[in-house]
Design a protein around this ligand. Sequence first.
Ligand SMILES: [Zn+2]
Length: 372
Amino acid sequence: MRLGRSRSLTIETSSKRLVKILTDYDTVEENQGYTNVPEKHIMRATIASLRRHPEPIIFKLVDHLNPTSGLRKARDLANAALNKPSSVQMCFDPCSNPEPGVAGAKLSAMTQALAYKSIAIYENERKPVQTRRSTSVNLAAIQRFCEDTYQKVPSESEIWKGLRTRDLDKKCQEFCWKLIHDAYFVGKRWLHIPGYEDRGYCKHCDNVVESMDHILFECNAVGQKQIWELTKSLWNKRQSFWPAPSLGSVTAFKFINDPNADTRLSPGDKRLFAILAPESARLIWRLRCERVIEKENKNFSRQEIFSRWKSMINGRLHTERLATNTKFGRCALPPLRVKKTWEGLLENEDELPDDWSGAGEVLVGIGVDPPS
Ligand SMILES: [Zn+2]
């Protein structure tokens, strides 16, 4: 950033917060070394340049709708800069100036989480982490799915952020994370190990090399198709729109949306889908591992699959009811949220008391018919 150093400077902005950040030496952002600020390098370089400016700097708060302010022109210039080819580098580089810029985080404001984050940022800048090719391929497939099905394309960071939700069980979070990174040791990975090549092929489908896509969404082994049918039948009690099971529907559950509907899905519907899709996919994976490792690839019966699926869903429902207990304080799940998630799906729902979500002594389970 280059400023005319012999002239006073007037900066127009519509953000009081920005003025505070640029002028106050005791903000949270300053004390934390701007670690949690997006585009932290630009912010640090800007503040360092302003603090070195020898002449007075005047901040002018203006209405962002005021046509006489220069905000619109500044925004146009910023957009023009963003549209420049990526090879054009911006001139904000605090390291290029030998003068001291902005200090890092203060020790008095340091927390363990902030320290970890700062170290991770430092390490990543020193040696940027290369994205795995399979991760990029999977993220692109998820984005294509969202565009085709939900008519919205989430960014890669939005997809990752979508997984960090309390609605998702920790094991399901890990499962989705590994799915996107293609971290499971199946299929083609066995083909390179002499003597174990046959483990790469599915024993239930003709000469097909296994993959997580095949196991979860295509395999002929008993369980895969049935579990998705059961999940769909449960979901259809609430919504007719059903996204076809795929890597995108399982990992990008947060973006579910019926593009042809007049109204958006309710938070309860979205939360239900966030539970059903990843939990069902993980159950298919667990059953596949049991079948291959413990049952010498012998198929489960349809009744067994039904019982395991129903038990998994009821288990999750039970956990949610326990989580409404007030002994968990601020971490307790609001009973109304649990109710809105599961309403319309329960057995003998009309006979349940109003506070069934928190009443531990009441037996509650989902109402689904066993396979014929
Ligand atoms: Zn198969």
